[in-house]
Ligand binder design. Structure first.
Ligand code: GDP
Length: 287
């Protein structure tokens, strides 16, 4: 289900997170490693204030590893402890509770110095729909607790989930909205499947993806679809249309008269891309 974000909905989401912030020590901000800024809430700093925060670049298994490393540097330069993870396989998950503790080291040390036995670190996961919040909660819990998928209407009593002996996690994550004033953000999210295709036109989404991948991942495009030379000018739509037509011909998306069915070619292209048939890729880079 795709959540429709309206001002009232956004205010409610924000308040819900701010209420939860009172209960917790550290926030785990989940971003999609393939498009960390586009999967980030535009008001995140304002919403979280100065709560200690760990950034997790999730779905790193699908992202271009060298670009993910650049993003980690980028967020470190912003002053945030950041790691890459893959919630679906569990890669990088063990470090999350260690790093959450590291963020609170001074506080914990002060408690120990006063003879207080520090309690478990309390954490809240926040992120936009589909970024992997429920998958991560289930991973950290070691069992199925959060239903994957968005269930904005479902309210239930909040519970603490034990993660090892040192961490407790709120079982309901904070759901945030992406920055949708920027159309490119919408397209990047749609390419990865985070926004449903009914909202944006499938051909437009595929053209956006073909343009980006032709620019940054040409050898793979060329090999998979038997393409010729890399286009020189990415701002001319004709070049991208020609690539899309070549992809369509390669996949047999031909209609009467020998024309390429661009809609069908677009759907097939996006399906292959999302299924990982074209390898790992990132949709934006920091530098
Ligand atoms: P939520 O809306 O933020 O709770 O997102 P979900 O946990 O429901 O995950 C959305 C989709 O992404 C599901 O199909 C998950 O299986 C998938 N997913 C979550 N984390 C990862 C990951 O690290 N790697 C990959 N490949 N898929 C993931």
């Amino acid at each position: 289900m795709t959540i429709q974000w309206f001002p009232g909905h956004m205010t409610r989401a924000r308040r819900q997170i701010q209420d939860k912030l009172k209960l917790i020590d550290v926030v785990i901000e989940l971003l999609d490693a393939r498009l960390p800024l586009s999967s980030r809430n535009p008001m995140i700093d304002d919403i979280l204030q100065n709560k200690p925060r760990l950034i997790v670049l999730n779905k790193a298994d699908l992202a271009d590893a060298s670009v993910t490393r650049e993003w980690i540097e980028y967020f470190k330069n912003e002053g945030h402890l950041t790691i890459a993870a893959d919630a679906s396989s569990g890669q990088g998950i063990k470090e999350i509770s260690q790093l959450a503790k590291q963020l609170l080291k001074d506080k914990i040390d002060r408690q120990i110095a006063k003879g207080i036995n520090p309690r478990a670190v309390r954490a809240l996961i926040v992120g936009i729909p589909n970024v992997g919040k429920s998958t991560l909660i289930n991973r950290l819990a070691g069992r199925n607790i959060a239903a994957t998928g968005d269930r904005p209407g479902v309210t239930k009593g909040q519970q603490w989930i034990k993660v090892g002996t040192d961490m407790e996690l709120l079982d309901t994550p904070g759901i945030l909205w992406p920055k949708f004033e920027d159309q490119n953000v919408g397209y990047r999210l749609a390419v990865t499947g985070a926004i449903k295709e009914e909202i944006l036109n499938v051909e437009d989404i595929a053209f956006f993806a073909v343009k980006y991948l032709s620019k940054y991942y040409w050898p793979r495009m060329q090999e998979r679809f038997d393409l010729g030379e890399q286009p020189r000018d990415f701002d001319t739509p004709d070049e991208i249309v020609a690539i899309m037509e070549a992809i369509g011909r390669k996949r047999g998306c031909i209609v009467s008269g020998g024309r390429v069915d661009l809609e069908k070619a677009s759907s097939l292209f996006l399906r292959e891309l999302r299924a990982g048939k074209m390898g790992t890729f990132s949709m934006e880079a920091p530098f």
